[in-house]
Design a protein around this ligand. Structure first.
Ligand SMILES: Cc1cc2nc3c(=O)[nH]c(=O)nc-3n(C[C@H](O)[C@H](O)[C@H](O)COP(=O)(O)OP(=O)(O)OC[C@H]3O[C@@H](n4cnc5c(N)ncnc54)[C@H](O)[C@@H]3O)c2cc1C
Length: 415
C-alpha cells in the first residue's frame, strides 16, 4: 500500500461516510460511489439513538415464541410477508437457531466492544462541533405499561451491569414529572444514562460537507455493477458511470450488499428489515427525552429541530412502498404511552431497509482470497450507533493494521 492509497467506498450511508472519515485521517484518497444521493438510504430517517447500552442481540432464547404470540394477538411490530424465497426462509431458520443463551452471551460480548469503541470515537468526533446534528447526551428512557415487564427488566439490567452499563429504575410519579409528554397509563421506566441521540439526516448532511472539504469525492447517481479481478485482488469496479480503479475497495451498500457480492460467490445472510418513521415539527408538547416504548417497540426522539416516531420490522423483501397500516401502527403504539403522539404538523413520512444479519451482528471483514476488498454491513438496528467503531476498524483493515478491537465476532467465516 502506498502512503496515499486510492480507496473506493461503495455506499454513501453512515457506514460508508464513517469509513471515509477514518481513511481520510490516515491520508488516503477516498471516493464514495453512491447509487442515489449519499445519506438517502437507511441512514436518513432513522430514530437517531446512539444506543451504546444495547448489548443484547435480537436473537435471544424465547424471542421466536414471544413474537408468534404477539403476532397472533395483533400486537407485534414484526411482519413477515409469507414467502417461498429460499434465501429468506433459510435466514429465518438461522435466526431461530441463534436464539440460544450461548449466542446471547457471545454476541453481547462482541457487541459491547464495538459499542464502547464507537461511543469513545463519537465523543472525539462530536467534540469538534464541526458536525451540527442536534446531538444531546441525556440517555434513553425505556418506558413500560405493564408492571410485570417493568419489574422483569431487572434481569436485563443485571445482564447489562455485567458490562458496566448503568441504568436507573424510575417509578411512575417521578417519571411523569421528568417526562411530561407521557400519559397516565405508564408504570415506570429504566433510564440508560450513557446513551445519546442526534438527528441522523443532519449528521449525514454535515458529515458529507465536512468530508467533501477534506477531499473525499462523492460520485452520486452512480451504481456499482461489478468487480474486475486480477492476481487475487480487485483491480477495478464497473459502475453506471464507467470503470473506477483503486488500491482497495470497501463494500458498504447496507441492505443491498448481498446482491453486490453474489458475483464472488459470497452468500451473505443479510435480509432487508423495513422500518418506518414519521417526523414532525418541534413543539412544546414533544417529549424531553428519547423514549423507547417497551411493549410496542416504537421510539420517540425529540430534537431542537424536529420530533420523530419510528419503528416496526417488516421482512417483505426490497419493496420500498410506504405501507399506511405500518405507519398507523407506529402512531397507535406511541399513543399508548404519550398524551399526544402527533404533536405538530408532519414534515416527513419515511421508510427504508435495515441490513439485518441472521445473528444480529455486523459483518466487518476482508473478503477471503481478495485482500483489498472489505465488507462493512449488517448493522441492523444499530448502524448509526456502530458507525464510528466500524469506520475506524475498516480504516485499519485497509492499511493492513491490527484493529484496536477484536473483529472475530464480525467475521465472514462465522457463516
Ligand atoms: C426506522 C428505523 C429506525 C432506526 N433507528 C436507529 C437508531 O435509533 N439508532 C441506530 O443506531 N440505528 C438505527 N437504525 C438502523 C440504521 O438506520 C442502519 O443500521 C444504518 O443506517 C445502516 O447504514 P448503512 O450505511 O449500512 O446503510 P444505508 O444508509 O442504507 O447506506 C447504504 C447505501 O448504499 C447505496 N447502495 C446500495 N446499492 C448500491 C449500488 N449497487 N451502488 C452504489 N450504491 C449503492 C444505497 O443507495 C445507500 O445509500 C434504524 C433504522 C430504521 C429503518
Amino acid at each position: 500500500m502506498t502512503d496515499q492509497p486510492n480507496i473506493m467506498i461503495i455506499g454513501g450511508g453512515v457506514i460508508g461516510l464513517a469509513c471515509a472519515h477514518y481513511l481520510i485521517e490516515k491520508k488516503a484518497r477516498v471516493t464514495i460511489i453512491e447509487r442515489d444521493r449519499a445519506g438517502d438510504g437507511a441512514s436518513h430517517g432513522n430514530c437517531g439513538l446512539l444506543y451504546f447500552s444495547d448489548v443484547t442481540p435480537l436473537c435471544v432464547p424465547g424471542a421466536v415464541g414471544h413474537e408468534i404470540i404477539r403476532t397472533l394477538k395483533g400486537t407485534s411490530p414484526l411482519y413477515i410477508k409469507p414467502t417461498l424465497d429460499p434465501g429468506r426462509l433459510s435466514w429465518l431458520l438461522r435466526f431461530a437457531g441463534n436464539c440460544t443463551h450461548g449466542h446471547k452471551r457471545k454476541a453481547a460480548k462482541g457487541k459491547f466492544e464495538l459499542l464502547s469503541y464507537s461511543d469513545r470515537l463519537y465523543g472525539d468526533l462530536l467534540k469538534s462541533k464541526e458536525l451540527l446534528c442536534d446531538y444531546e447526551a441525556k440517555g434513553v428512557l425505556t418506558v413500560f405499561k405493564n408492571p410485570e415487564n417493568f419489574n422483569g427488566f431487572t434481569a436485563t439490567d443485571q445482564f447489562q451491569q455485567t458490562f458496566g452499563i448503568k441504568s436507573r429504575k424510575i417509578k411512575k410519579q417521578e417519571l411523569i414529572e421528568m417526562e411530561p409528554a407521557l400519559g397516565n397509563d405508564v408504570v415506570g421506566a429504566w433510564h440508560t444514562i450513557g446513551d445519546a441521540h442526534l438527528r441522523p439526516e443532519l449528521l449525514m448532511a454535515s458529515w458529507k460537507n465536512a468530508l467533501t472539504k477534506k477531499g473525499v469525492v462523492f460520485e452520486e447517481n452512480c451504481r456499482f455493477l461489478k468487480f474486475n479481478q486480477s492476481c487475487g485482488k480487485v483491480d477495478s469496479i464497473n459502475t453506471s458511470k464507467g470503470r473506477f480503479k483503486a488500491d482497495a475497495f470497501v463494500m458498504a451498500a447496507g441492505a443491498w450488499t448481498p446482491s453486490t457480492m453474489q458475483q464472488l460467490n459470497l452468500r451473505l445472510p443479510v435480509e432487508p428489515g423495513k422500518g418506518y418513521s414519521i417526523t414532525m415539527k418541534p413543539s412544546k408538547d414533544c417529549p424531553v427525552f428519547p423514549l423507547y416504548f417497551y411493549e410496542s417497540n416504537a421510539v420517540a426522539t425529540p430534537w431542537k429541530s424536529a420530533c420523530r416516531l419510528g419503528g416496526t420490522m417488516e421482512f417483505s423483501g426490497y419493496d420500498m412502498g410506504l405501507n399506511r397500516i405500518r405507519i398507523n401502527k407506529i402512531i397507535s403504539g406511541a399513543r399508548q404511552y404519550l398524551k399526544n403522539p402527533l404533536t405538530s404538523p408532519i414534515i416527513e413520512e419515511w421508510t427504508n431497509l435495515r441490513p439485518m444479519t441472521c445473528d444480529d451482528m455486523p459483518i466487518i471483514d476482508t473478503v477471503p482470497a481478495l485482500d483489498n476488498l472489505i465488507v462493512a454491513t449488517g448493522h441492523g438496528m444499530l448502524g448509526l450507533t456502530l458507525a464510528t467503531g466500524t469506520g475506524k476498524a475498516v480504516s485499519d483493515l485497509v492499511y493492513g493494521k491490527k484493529p484496536e478491537i477484536d473483529l472475530s465476532p464480525f467475521s465472514l467465516s462465522r457463516f
